[in-house]
Design a protein around this ligand. Sequence first.
Ligand SMILES: [Zn+2]
Length: 328
Amino acid sequence: MGYNEKISRRAAEILSARRLSAEEAADNRRKAIFAEIPEAQRYEKELSDLGIGAVRALIKGGDVNSELMKMKETSLSLQKEYEELLREHGYSLSDMEPEFCCEQCGDTGYYEKDNKTMMCECFKKALAEAACEELNKSTPLKLSTFESFDLKYYSMDIDDRFPRSPYDQMSNILKQCKKYADTFSLDSSNLFMCGKTGLGKTHLSLAIANEVIKKGYGVIYAPAPKIVATLEKEHFSNDRSSTDESMFIDCDLLIVDDLGTEFSTQFSKSAIYNLFNERLLSGKPIIINTNCELTELEELYSERFVSRIIGEATRLNFFGTDVRILKK
Ligand SMILES: [Zn+2]
């Protein structure tokens, strides 16, 4: 998948920050160890002098084999003593080296294999992370958490139209959403949240997004009108470096808010249809929120399409009184 320059740069920054922090931590450990065991510094110096000596001997040329062998022996025995010294104080040689997040590439993003430079998996992950970050930039993700979801706004009285009180229904939904976030994987089912506006659908889907992002998955949250606008812009522009469409398809979890509020055109219908179709085919989870009745959605997208989406989803019915009005 191609990424634009801004996203590539951001991903490189993520890796370089990891590398620097690992090196800084190693530096601090070395300083602390040298302060505690001054002799350690002497070993480091002698070992590095030996290395320089070996290079010098090689440059000088001539019959240096026996000289090099002797240096190697000295170096090995010094290293052994050094290791012993560190062990006596509860350390090891690896404490002197940076501990990178990725062993494969040492947080550089690249590694060598069969004389070829390969892009590391961790760099691909950082690219996806940067792309999601960019797409979620305008979303108030941090504000909506499970902790800030308050059940007190839901009535305990049973309305004749529903089998239980809004309070009981929402406690149940809250539990299901928490469980969904806790156990999220690429095999998770789809969620279909429906009900009138102001009942907490957006809040709970953002709370799921927060938790799933913390687990290291790439999550994109976007209202349906924004998705359509983004795809439209991409479709009609000549800028082929743009990759929002593939991010909507490829991200680990896509959250589509307010389905049915997008301005309906031939383009919007086919864009949404294709997007959902791709994700259903690849089995990648979607959370869909809508204020529409099913019949309204069927009118927009056809009965077959709607039953296919809902058929594969866990359905959560929100009911009660608009929380935003109650909060005022
Ligand atoms: Zn790596």
